[in-house]
Design a protein around this ligand. Sequence first.
Ligand code: FE
Length: 213
Amino acid sequence: MSHQHPGGHHPEPEPYAALRTKALESLLIEKGLLSSDVVDAIVRNYEQDIGPLKGARVVAKAWVDPAFKQRLLADGSAAINELGLDGSRSPLVVVENTPSVHNVVVCTLCSCYPWAVLGLPPTWYKQPAYRSRVVIQPREVLREFGLELDESVEIRVWDSSAEQRYMVLPERPAGTESMGEDELAALVTRDSMIGVAKVKVPSARISSLSGRG
Ligand code: FE
């Protein structure tokens, strides 16, 4: 697994900028102009809604349009640009989960991440524990995320870098045959596109689909 970080420079937040942000946040909270709940909510919004929403649209499109899926797997960046989504500065490779292969993404050296489609990385993605352990014991780490994979499933770990980012194309869950693109996109989570979860259909949704709800 190669991991190239020429110059060691990344579009990561500067420590100074982080400190400055913290200082400003503390000051605004102290003056009663801002509450930490609001700040948390905004960050959560970026992490969970704004960012991954783009990736979710890409996944849903690939599920309903086989020709798009082929293009996406052949050249992720180009296919994503077709959707009018801002491509990242570095090439994006999309790797497909199947019943026999499960892909998971990491950056072993720092926190390279497909920001353009997934928004901000979750905190755990940047932590040394995930970065080192998912490479050595991927099955174990995925189990800790609540994802139990059969021993027969091959796990492929993709090490992101400033030159190449990865996004997982999760499997389309069973029972979603009647869903349209928007409905499908709403099921796709950030974690499923990093590869630490599968896309699931909420059980309430399953019963309504099968006419029992
Ligand atoms: Fe990195």
